[in-house]
Write a protein that binds this ligand. Structure first.
Ligand SMILES: Cc1cc2nc3c(=O)[nH]c(=O)nc-3n(C[C@H](O)[C@H](O)[C@H](O)COP(=O)(O)OP(=O)(O)OC[C@H]3O[C@@H](n4cnc5c(N)ncnc54)[C@H](O)[C@@H]3O)c2cc1C
Length: 454
């Protein structure tokens, strides 16, 4: 029997534990917090209202074996199914309520027309390019680069486009722009060249076939990692919460054991590491001249109001650099029904420079919700709370990518029995990217193990 230690009880750690134990590998999972789930956890306030920490909506991966593990009996278990999520976005102080992608017709007229003409005159080019400035100028034209991407990325990551990696905007999903009405966009998108730049006008078109889920009782997405934790435990995975790794012991190229806070030494044939490679190299005492990954300060502002919101979107993405708010999640709207039931709760994500006064920021965000016409001025706040998210969005500069590549390479050179997975490895970010990567890596590993033993 092979043994594995999995470090990190987020979705990457839970899914790899399930896959390993299903193929007979004795697995121990170590999680720092009291509960597993990572950025898929939720919390309940004293009035019984739930708020999520990161991802809200689940989405199938279209890999049958994986989806069977992840989404077993979801309807019976109280999950509501969605075909379309209803995001809106704000730019130039105005809400466009039919798409997350930035609605450029709201830019000042001369800028919009100039930008549109330039975008239509863009030429094919080869990647990689030097930085995000070069990429957005080549992909969307100089005007949209300067008036859309430069202020947005400064707000979200605190950097100029020339200091960011060419793919930094993808952390927020902004790979296309809305530039025209439905008919024109549809016609332009028939060309693969423009398809990669132009979004449909509304979220009713180009809908992905993946089913999406949120708990129908609004009990928080954190219900899902709990289900997965139960599944893992039923398969025999030993889950140790409230523990971190103190030291990693190595013999030759093999990690042989992991020492944790309570003094236990966990022996392993394979280590699954879902945190940053930097932390692994440090825990293994490998001397190297590298920097830790930098993350943007991220705060969550949770509110409950005494009346419904003024908009019907599930989420509103505020891409306007004059406001601090970014994604605003309106929980009562996450339903297929038109009825809006209390509690009227929301979470606002803010990426910013370091914050010294969380309460003041929370008040500023409340004011923004009123100014952005998300909630009426006369609405009373029944509950408010602010939380910090550790290691949320990396500041995705060329230096970050270079350091991460070097550190991943060092891990590969030093250890033959380590799998680097999850958002922490700096390669994948979105939940489904993490899930698919985890599945593929674990399948490869399980195949190798079965060859060794047969
Ligand atoms: C605010 C926010 C919003 C997001 N929204 C979306 C979204 O809408 N859609 C989407 O697809 N993706 C979204 N993402 C990304 C998505 O949440 C992640 O891809 C996914 O949750 C990553 O899972 P993971 O297991 O790799 O990492 P994590 O969820 O970060 O889990 C890592 C786990 O390791 C634990 N840990 C940390 N240090 C130690 C230690 N020393 N020892 C042991 N355990 C440790 C942590 O407590 C955590 O449980 C969002 C991310 C953020 C930050």
């Amino acid at each position: 029997m092979k043994t594995a230690v999995v470090v990190g009880g987020g979705i990457a750690g839970l899914v790899s534990s399930i896959l390993l134990s299903k193929s007979g590998v004795e697995t121990v999972l170590i999680e720092k917090e009291k509960t597993c789930g990572g950025l898929l956890r939720s919390f309940r306030n004293n009035d019984g209202v739930f708020f999520d920490y990161g991802t809200h909506i689940l989405s199938e991966t279209m890999i049958k074996e994986l989806d069977d593990i992840l989404f077993e009996r979801m309807n019976e278990r109280g999950w509501e199914e969605f075909d379309i999520l209803k995001p809106g976005n704000i730019i130039c102080g105005k809400l466009y309520d039919k798409n997350q992608m930035i609605y450029t017709p709201y830019l000042p007229k001369e800028i919009y027309y100039q930008g549109l003409v330039e975008l239509l005159h863009t030429k094919p080019f080869e990647k990689p390019v030097e930085n995000l400035k070069e990429y957005t100028e080549k992909q969307f034209g100089k005007t949209f680069s300067q008036h859309v991407f430069a202020p947005l990325m400064k707000k979200l990551l605190g950097c100029k486009l020339e200091d960011l990696h060419q793919d930094a905007h993808l952390l927020f999903g902004y790979n296309r722009l809305v530039v025209a009405d439905g008919h024109t966009s549809r016609e332009l998108k028939k060309s693969p060249f423009f398809e990669s730049k132009i979004s449909f006008e509304t979220f009713y078109e180009g809908v992905s076939p993946m089913k999406k889920y949120y708990p129908s009782d609004r009990g928080g997405v954190g219900k899902w990692p709990k289900q997965l934790q139960e599944q893992a435990e039923a398969l025999g995975v030993k889950i140790l919460t409230g523990q971190t790794v103190r030291k990693i012991n190595v013999q030759g190229e093999q990690v042989t054991s992991v020492e944790i806070d309570n003094g236990d030494v966990l022996f392993c044939d394979q280590l699954i590491w879902t945190l940053s490679p930097y932390l692994l190299l440090k825990a293994a005492n490998i001397a190297f001249d590298g920097k830790p990954p930098q993350f943007r300060t991220m705060t969550l502002h949770h509110f409950v109001f005494d009346r419904p919101f003024s908009v019907n979107n599930f989420f509103v993405y505020c891409n306007d650099a004059n406001y601090l708010s970014f994604r605003i999640t309106l929980y009562p709207n996450i339903t297929n029904s038109d009825e809006r039931k209390p509690p009227y709760n929301c979470t606002v994500e803010v990426l910013s420079d370091p914050v010294d006064n969380l309460e003041r920021l929370n008040c500023a965000i409340h004011r923004e919700l009123i100014d952005l016409k998300i909630i009426e001025e006369k609405a009373n706040v029944l509950y408010r709370n602010t939380q910090k998210v550790e290691a949320g969005f990396p500041v995705y500069t060329n230096e970050f990518v270079k350091q991460n590549e070097l550190q991943r390479k060092l891990v590969k050179e030093n250890f033959s029995n380590v799998s680097l997975l999850g958002k922490g490895n700096g390669v994948s970010f979105f939940m489904n990217e993490v899930l698919v990567e985890t599945y593929k890596e674990m399948k490869k590993l399980i195949e190798t193990i079965s060859h060794q033993y047969n």
